[in-house]
Structure formats: structure tokens, C-alpha cells
Design a protein around this ligand. Structure first.
Ligand code: UDP
Ligand code: MG
Length: 321
């Protein structure tokens, strides 16, 4: 077996409209580099013809490998599986919809040869995305940075190159609700940005509806910050102080008979509702953390593979993470 220099991991979920074009563009770029490479498509439980199309590609090109999940496990998990099964000295992760231009890969490899272990694509401009997506993404990356202690570069996606040692280190991180870019930053290593313009999705629609975006954002914040939990303490301090002040005022009013005590029903109800709201909010936040602790405790495998195509025998479906 020839040593593979570069692995390219491509998660695909209902990407029948783009997979062939993506394959061609990636192949053109990789063939032009004169290195041994593999492209790993990870099918994250697509319901369209993505699987058949990928099988077809694999039949004609042995550089293309295919991991077929038993169902949809999510983008971050698909990337993880691709990295687990990649054998290159460098591993590149790229979206299937050509929003991350494959032509940036040679530049990433260049930086890697210069000695950087992580080369991440930084979006200087996002094209063809909705105003809502751009604004929420901007707010999200900046809030995340304020909440966490790990320096996670802003405006970067999962489009990046990592060295073999980073990939191996990543395999030891066994978290269930993963936020991979955060974990890579947490691992450390020497990293550098390569700026690129994020293009329009080539075809099809986004596979990240609002619900998935929210799950993604909460995974990111909760796995990298305890600050939301501290909210309870802050609210607690503030409210005890406020109630104490109010108590003093009430006593003074009573002692000097400034008001009768019977009125005040409205304020009691208002305060009650306010406190109940806060308590529920805090319980919800705590619940989010507990849910994730539960996921860790169950310790189920991260993903289940139905089939592997074009991998050599050393890689099995139940391969070690
Ligand atoms: N994706 C996936 N599983 C999912 C959702 C998305 O593997 O559950 C893949 C998708 O096929 C694409 C990449 O993740 O290659 C990024 O998704 P998309 O382009 O839809 O996200 P956006 O660019 O809109 O944030
Ligand atoms: Mg996209």
C-alpha cells in the first residue's frame, strides 16, 4: 500500500444534486498536486440518491472511499467518522456543497509543509447566504468567544487541514455532543488562517435548518463554557439584594404608617411570576447540561456504520475510535 499524503473528508447529507460536481472539482485539484490522496465521502443517512451516486463514483475510482452511516447522525459526527478512517498525513475537511472552494486546498498544504499543524479557512466574505444566517453566525461566533476560555477563531467553519498528530489527538476526545472546531482549538497546536471567500451553495438547499443550528450553537457553548450555569448565581445575588432592599422599604412604610398593608396584590403576583420565570429558565439551563452528562454516561458509540467501500482490510466497521 502506498502511503497516503492527503485525505479529504466530505460529509454528505441529501447531496444528490452536488456530489458528482464536487467529486470532479476535488479530483481536478487533487490530481494537479502530484501526491497520493484519498477522498472519503461520509454519507450521513441521506434519503435521496446520494448513496447510489457515491457507490458509482467508488466503482470507477479507487482513490474514493465511502463510509455509509446507518442513519443521520449529524454533520459533526460525520466529520468525526471521516477523520477516524482517514489515513493521510494531512486530513482536510470540506463541505460537499462547494461553498468551501477546493482550490484553497493546495494553499493549505503549502502552509502545512511550512510546519503548521492546523490550517483553517477563514471566511472573509460569505456569498449567497441569507441575511439571517450571516447575522446569527456573526453574533454566535462572537458570543461564543466571550463565553469560553479557549480561543476559537471567529468566522471559521470546519473547512480546515489538520496534521496526522492532531487527528490522532482528536480520536482520544470522546465527547458525544461535539463541536469539532472548538475541540481542535482546545487541543492547541500551531495554527494559521487561510482567508477565502465563502461561495454560494452550488445546488440544493441548506441541510442546516434553524433547529440544527440551535443544537449546534448550544453544543458549542455548553461544551466549552460553564458560564450559563453561573447565571443562577448572578440572578440569585441580584434578586436577594433587591428583595432585601424592598423589605427595608416595606418595614419603613409600615412603621410610619405611610401605607395600609392590604393593597399590593398586583405587585405580589408580578414578583411571583418573575421569580418563577427565572427559576424555570435556570432549571432549563441546568437540564441542558444534565442531558449532556447523561449522553456521556450512556457512552453509546458516536456513530454506526452500515458499509465501508474501498477501504483496505485493516479498517473494519467496528474500527476503534
Ligand atoms: N451535513 C451532514 N449532516 C447533516 C447536515 C449537513 O453531513 O445532518 C453536511 C452537508 O451535506 C454539507 C455540510 O454538512 O456537506 C454542511 O451543510 P450545509 O452546506 O447544508 O450547511 P450550511 O453551509 O448551510 O451551514
Ligand atoms: Mg453549505
Amino acid at each position: 500500500m502506498e502511503k497516503i499524503v492527503c485525505s479529504v473528508v466530505v460529509p454528505v447529507y441529501n447531496e444528490e444534486e452536488v456530489i458528482n460536481v464536487t467529486y470532479k472539482r476535488l479530483k481536478d485539484v487533487m490530481d494537479g498536486l502530484d501526491i497520493t490522496y484519498e477522498i472519503i465521502f461520509v454519507n450521513d443517512g441521506s434519503r435521496d440518491r446520494t448513496r447510489e451516486l457515491a457507490m458509482e463514483i467508488c466503482k470507477n475510482d479507487k482513490n474514493i472511499k465511502f463510509i455509509d452511516f446507518s442513519r443521520n447522525f449529524g454533520h459533526q459526527t460525520a466529520i468525526t467518522a471521516g477523520m477516524d478512517y482517514a489515513s493521510g498525513d494531512a486530513v482536510v475537511v470540506i463541505d460537499a456543497d462547494l461553498q468551501d472552494p477546493p482550490e484553497v486546498i493546495p494553499e493549505m498544504l503549502e502552509k502545512w509543509r511550512e510546519g503548521y499543524d492546523v490550517v483553517y479557512g477563514q471566511r472573509v466574505k460569505r456569498q449567497g447566504e441569507t441575511f439571517f444566517k450571516k447575522v446569527t453566525a456573526k453574533i454566535f461566533y462572537r458570543t461564543l468567544n466571550r463565553l469560553t476560555d479557549v480561543e476559537i477563531p471567529v468566522d471559521t467553519g470546519d473547512f480546515r487541514l489538520i496534521d496526522r498528530k492532531v487527528c490522532d489527538a482528536l480520536k482520544k476526545v470522546d465527547e458525544k455532543n461535539r463541536y469539532i472546531r472548538g475541540i481542535i482549538s482546545w487541543l492547541g497546536f500551531k495554527s494559521i488562517a487561510v482567508p477565502f471567500v465563502r461561495e454560494k451553495r452550488f445546488a440544493g438547499t441548506t441541510k442546516y435548518p434553524l433547529k440544527k443550528m440551535l443544537k449546534f450553537a448550544s453544543d458549542a457553548i455548553i461544551s466549552f463554557s460553564h458560564k450559563p450555569l453561573k447565571l443562577a448565581t448572578y440572578f440569585g445575588f441580584f434578586l436577594s439584594f433587591a428583595s432585601f432592599a424592598y423589605l427595608i422599604v416595606t418595614i419603613i412604610l409600615k412603621v410610619f404608617s405611610i401605607i395600609q398593608t392590604v393593597p399590593g396584590w398586583a405587585s405580589i403576583v408580578a414578583i411571583n411570576l418573575f421569580f418563577n420565570g427565572i427559576i424555570l429558565l435556570i432549571l432549563g439551563i441546568i437540564g441542558e447540561y444534565i442531558g449532556r452528562i447523561y449522553d456521556e454516561a450512556k457512552n453509546r458509540p458516536l456513530y454506526v456504520i452500515r458499509e465501508l467501500v474501498n477501504f483496505d482490510e485493516s479498517k473494519t466497521i467496528n474500527g476503534e475510535r
